[in-house]
Ligand binder design. Sequence first.
Ligand code: SF4
Length: 437
Amino acid sequence: MTATALSLQPRPIDPSVDHEIQAIVSGDLVGETCNTDLAAGPWDFDSRPGYGPGASMGDVIPTGAPRQGELPAEYRAASDEELAARIRAAKATLGDRVVILGHFYQREEVVEHADYLGDSFQLAGFAKQHPAAEAIVFCGVHFMAETADLLSQPEQAVILPNLAAGCSMADMADIDQVEECWEQLSELYGDMEAVDADGRVPVVPVTYMNSSAAIKGFVGRHGGIVCTSSNARTVLEWAFARGRRVLFFPDQHLGRNTAKAMGVPLAQMPMWNPRKPLGGSSAAELQEATVILWHGFCSVHRRFTVAQIDKARAEHPGVRVIVHPECPMEVVDAADEAGSTDYIRKAIAAATEPTTFAVGTEINLVQRLAAEHPEHEIFCLDPVVCPCSTMYRIHPGYLAWVLEELVAGRVVNRITVPADVADPARVALERMLAARP
Ligand code: SF4
């Protein structure tokens, strides 16, 4: 199979990745998708094991991951136009009673109905700003809906249109595995609350926002903190002021890239693989550790390679390569810049001269940016169209269903974080909000 760079194909700038996938699969457009099943309705995959087609399709889905019941046939059979009309009608009926949040990585056909578009933390902030809305429909993935539930009012219902929209990275740090890791580290380091002469405990746990509420709660209970890809450095500084080491999860790449930029040697960043005794590292390596990296990754950002950057530079002299810090270290090192989705959007918006950008992040965002900025040439570093498997589960059919259920007075797919988890998870989030460079 020959991969053809989308950037090389003459194509109108259409923000819809769905259209592009359909056109590639039907042969109307030259290009490649990572799985032709992407052209099918996501309901075909809700009850099957695995994350479904897309970047995470090769990852192992944990037992007990939420499953979505069957979407009623009328929504599966409806055309795109009918679904869009039904969503608009339901939204108009509900008015201020509902707020629809759309993540940057959502398909365009969903984003067009969102009241707010943003990254996970920005969207949680928008949820907080609407305390009077009865329902917050979160078009994103499971951990994001949990965070919105943590920050919204208790009586507000946070709804995830498809319960199978998890996150393969967040699922790589299971609470039982993390508790087990902590126990093993306690045996190695001794009393985890004992401070040294500098007032620092042996380990401070830091979790990326892309983790379950249970993990955020764990971090809150153990003196730790949450970070985003925008504030990871500030948060690590906060943690190093309080601990001799950091246990960082679930994304090894964000942890490694951030700590490396702060001057932490790679030799002081052992990996913790939860399937191996002592995480697969030696006791000596863990004693010397400054950052212990959990063996997790994002399958979307792991697809980017140095070879893709070399190709972009060869074919587009002067190209600006911007990648997300969830990409592997070699890719971040080879890029011109690395930053969060918010950073990438602002960097492109701030470019005053027509520029060619090769972007290493999720295809829905890249394609939308290309449509929003016709003054620039913007393309995804990965020539293969391969969206996030779980973000892709939110289809307009599910959005129409949850909204029409609300109109009928029924709340479906509500995400609720139990109080014993929510309280310490909020503590960890509040520490992040209070952390200053
Ligand atoms: S892009 Fe990666 S981190 Fe984000 S939801 Fe998808 S799998 Fe999770």
